[in-house]
Design a protein around this ligand. Structure first.
Ligand SMILES: [Zn+2]
Length: 281
């Protein structure tokens, strides 16, 4: 069974833009327009990535290997959540593999310098040490994870597992199976939107530190989350929040627990607007 998970990778701060340009990533090519509501259809994943950057969805983007229709829905889901949470900012949107590759490339010079203390650069031992070091700092995407919300600073944002993103029909079929089994919470339709909403739920959680909020701690303790929301949501407070947000935003009739979770999140959003909190996740 495929699984969602949340993962926090601290990558530190790097000269992302320069490196991104060298790597030929999508970087802002013109003044950014304000966020728009409807994402257009794309012919290629490159088009989707460029659009995401130009429209300020995230600073960097690569949907390499992903069905453009999935990329479109992924970006739309991120925009929909960002429109509700003005303080939410992301460095990256795209595939988890590409995000990890960027971070590794950024860290490589430092890793090489460090390994040079032990081995001659250019030798096999040096190369092995560099790749071991990078792998430790940036763990690979676990094959059964469908998507990830990466913490910052560095390259925070939301990534889809490229392995699951090849065909939108297969993706939605996988979502449907996981919803029907009760592993994931419910939406009106088993769509990409449900998964991106889940990941954006993690982004909101991180922005407002919701998992430490008394209201969520109490909800988690006093409810049978597995039965009332989803099995995946019962794993932790953070997953309950993400699963609840996905159902609250994706279902026309969210169940009571999802409704409660959604309402608390809405409250947190309006509180932050009142107090002008606009820090990024
Ligand atoms: Zn999750």
């Amino acid at each position: 069974m495929q699984r969602l998970k949340s993962l926090s990778v601290t990558a530190g701060s790097f000269p992302c833009r320069r490196l991104a340009e060298l790597e030929g990533l999508a970087v802002p090519s013109k003044p950014r327009k304000s966020l728009v509501k409807t994402v257009p259809k794309f012919k290629t994943h490159r088009e989707a990535s460029a659009w995401a950057v130009d429209n300020n969805v995230a600073q960097y983007s690569s949907f390499k290997g992903v069905d453009p229709a999935i990329a479109r829905d992924w970006i739309q889901g991120a925009i929909d959540t960002k429109a509700r949470v003005p303080g939410l900012k992301m460095d990256f949107i795209g595939t988890a593999q590409e995000r990890n590759r960027y971070v590794k490339d950024m860290m490589r010079p430092k890793a090489e310098e460090w390994a040079s203390r032990f081995y001659e650069p250019g030798t096999k031992s040096h190369a092995r040490m560099v790749s071991r070091y990078l792998r430790k700092l940036v763990p690979p995407m676990r094959p059964r994870d469908v998507a990830v919300s990466f913490g910052g600073p560095g390259m925070g944002g939301v990534g889809i597992n490229a392995k699951f993103g090849k065909r939108i029909e297969d993706f939605t079929d996988m979502v449907r199976r996981n919803m029907e089994s009760g592993w994931w919470s419910r939406s009106d339709k088993p769509t990409v939107a449900h998964i991106i909403s889940h990941e954006m739920g993690h982004e909101i959680d991180r922005l407002f530190d919701l998992r430490k909020d008394r209201r969520f701690i109490d909800l988690y303790r006093s409810h049978d989350v597995m039965r009332e929301l989803s099995e995946y949501g019962s794993r932790s407070i953070a997953e309950m929040i993400a699963e609840g947000w996905a159902e609250y935003t994706g279902s026309s009739k969210p169940r009571p627990l999802a409704t409660q979770i959604g309402k608390i999140i809405e409250e947190a959003i309006s509180e932050s607007e009142r107090f002008g909190k606009t820090t990024s996740a």
